[in-house]
Design a protein around this ligand. Structure first.
Ligand SMILES: NC(=O)c1ccc[n+]([C@@H]2O[C@H](COP(=O)([O-])OP(=O)(O)OC[C@H]3O[C@@H](n4cnc5c(N)ncnc54)[C@H](OP(=O)(O)O)[C@@H]3O)[C@@H](O)[C@H]2O)c1
Length: 246
């Protein structure tokens, strides 16, 4: 069976890179990278570890990038089997980095910037590539959310994230979760599965050194959702096989 074709945005480092690496036996991986030099470097590392890898210069906030990605996959492969919407930013909104995390004082420009990358751009890219995912015999769309997008957990004083409130980031991931649910509903009668992933608190540039999970563990949820069998779930919110409350 020919290898699947996977596109992983923000694949030059962190969870995106690791996801590409761990998909290597299942898919030809195309990583999106804002900086082409960093992308080339990442592709070298992926190839050295046996992956069939390519890089696409790609900024998820740029509509021209969406069109370029469509053209790339359409002309080379005529389809896209796996889309991992991984690129994301915290935008300096985490507690401890300033007042920007609070709902009462978040600067509007920051709120818009975080939503632009973590929500609007994800929706726009997915819309642009969906015609190609529809051509896959088993399309899989993975939206990199976060446990911090869970309204149920944020509202529960007993939950582990109750005191971890970063308004702009959290709300952007809640919005992304809404996209997962709505798109999965729309595509419920197709072979495409759409799910949200919480990777865990992972040691990356974003997660920081204090994070509790290693990179290899952190990519597992994305890989699992990217390679779901035909009878797998759609419209869900997962961490390492466990369902999270919305
Ligand atoms: N690490 C965690 O603990 C954790 C927990 C929950 C959820 N997540 C989510 O998992 C995803 C990956 O996180 P990470 O920890 O790997 O973060 P990271 O180490 O900061 O890497 C982020 C990646 O996204 C890319 N990116 C950012 N803005 C972009 C844009 N406009 N266009 C294209 N690419 C862009 C970055 O590219 P550059 O190198 O060019 O900046 C980089 O490749 C994110 O969506 C994040 O919210 C992470």
């Amino acid at each position: 069976m020919p290898k699947k074709i996977a596109f992983i945005t923000g694949g030059n480092r962190g969870l995106g890179f690791q996801t590409a690496l761990e998909l290597k036996d299942k898919a030809k991986v195309v990583i999106g990278s804002r900086e082409s030099a960093q992308g080339e470097e990442a592709v070298k590392k992926l190839r050295a570890q046996g992956a069939e890898a390519e890089v696409l210069e790609f900024d998820v906030t740029q509509p021209a990038s969406h069109q370029a990605a469509y053209n790339y996959f359409n002309s080379r492969y005529g389809r896209l089997d796996i889309l991992v919407n991984n690129a994301g930013i915290a935008g300096g909104t985490f507690p401890g980095t300033g007042p920007e995390h609070s709902a009462s004082s978040v600067p509007m420009a920051l709120l818009r910037k975080v939503f632009e990358t973590n929500f609007f751009a994800q929706v726009a890219l997915t819309e642009a590539l969906l015609p190609l995912v529809r051509k896959s015999p088993a399309g899989r769309i993975v939206n990199l959310s976060s446990i911090l997008g869970s309204l149920t957990m944020h509202a529960d004083p007993k939950s582990s994230i109750y005191d971890s409130k970063s308004f702009a980031y959290d709300a952007s991931k809640t919005a992304l979760n809404a996209f997962t649910v709505h798109l999965a509903y729309e595509l419920r009668d197709t072979k495409i599965k759409v799910n949200s992933a919480h990777p865990g608190w992972v040691k990356t540039d974003m997660g920081g050194r204090e994070a509790t999970m290693e990179l290899s563990e952190g990519a597992k949820t994305s890989v699992m959702l990217a390679t779901l069998p035909d009878n797998g779930p759609t419209g869900g919110y997962f961490h390492l096989g466990q369902t999270l409350p919305w």
